[in-house]
Design a protein around this ligand. Structure first.
Ligand code: GLN
Length: 254
């Protein structure tokens, strides 16, 4: 099971964020504490995206995060106040390649998925039909997470027609649609647009630490601070510095 991390706060080096804390994301790649259902370590690559002056940058690699010199040599020189990162443990049968590593991005959003679609790929063929063909043909890898990103992007573009807060509504709709065709899927999402972080819990752990200065959302706490708060399962998180909303995900209608 992958581990992911979102940060909003004072600008800091991307390397420091990846390595920060006694239980940093780098440490979680080889010594995770709360891996469930399948994975042991997160050695199948990693990725990180950051926003600077409204522009989204990204680096991904199919090598383990602990052995990629780019973290030290390059990411230490990039500073940002909005970062989203993930380390990957590929689900059995899924491609191990750079295109399969989160974050998946467009010009606005970065997205990570911790989990699995049950019955992949036949179970979700109906969902794939809802994604525009061009988006399917340009998926960066033939994996469940890449399909979820294609579907979520599509829903986000449609968000103006959804009721409620549009991003939360898009995330909820994707979860309901997947659960309807692939029950028992695990759908911990992390989405950022540089100003806000959204996350879901649906089968895996998630923690938040939000104060006036910063917002951190992570699969596992990065340190022993008592400020970390565990998010209950089947909840949606919306966070930025000084702002945290955790709401239950409503039941689907199907
Ligand atoms: N199923 C996704 C993949 O293979 C995510 C894996 C995970 O959460 N461990 O990339």
């Amino acid at each position: 099971m992958c581990r992911h991390l979102g940060y909003l706060g004072p600008p800091r080096s991307v390397r420091d964020l990846l390595q920060g804390g006694t239980h940093s994301l780098v440490k979680q790649s080889w010594a995770p504490r709360e891996m469930r259902k399948g994975g042991v370590i997160n050695a199948d690559g990693f990725g990180v995206s950051w926003w600077t002056a409204g522009q989204l940058g990204r680096y991904r690699s199919s090598t383990p995060i602990w052995s990629d010199p780019t973290v030290e040599e390059t990411l230490s020189h990039i500073r940002s106040g909005s970062v989203l990162a993930a380390v990957r443990s590929a689900t059995e049968g899924m491609a191990v390649e750079v295109g399969a590593c989160a974050p998946f991005v467009d010009t606005t959003y970065a997205f990570s998925h911790n989990g699995v679609l049950t019955g992949w790929p036949s179970s979700v063929a109906a969902l794939a039909q809802e994604v525009p063909t061009a988006a399917l043909l340009t998926m960066s890898a033939p994996t469940d997470s890449a399909l979820l990103w294609a579907l979520l992007r599509h829903r986000l573009q449609d968000a103006s027609s959804l009721t409620g807060t549009s991003v939360e509504a898009a995330l909820t709709t994707v979860i309901h649609d997947v659960e309807a065709v692939a029950p028992g899927s695990r759908l911990n999402f992390l989405l950022g647009d540089g100003n806000e972080l959204w996350a879901s819990t649906w089968g895996h752990t998630l923690y938040v630490l939000v104060d006036e200065l910063q917002a951190l959302v992570a699969s596992e706490p990065l340190d022993d601070s008592p400020q970390w708060e565990q998010v209950p399962d089947r909840h949606l998180v919306c966070a930025r510095p000084g702002h945290l909303i955790i709401t239950p995900i409503p039941m689907g209608e199907r």
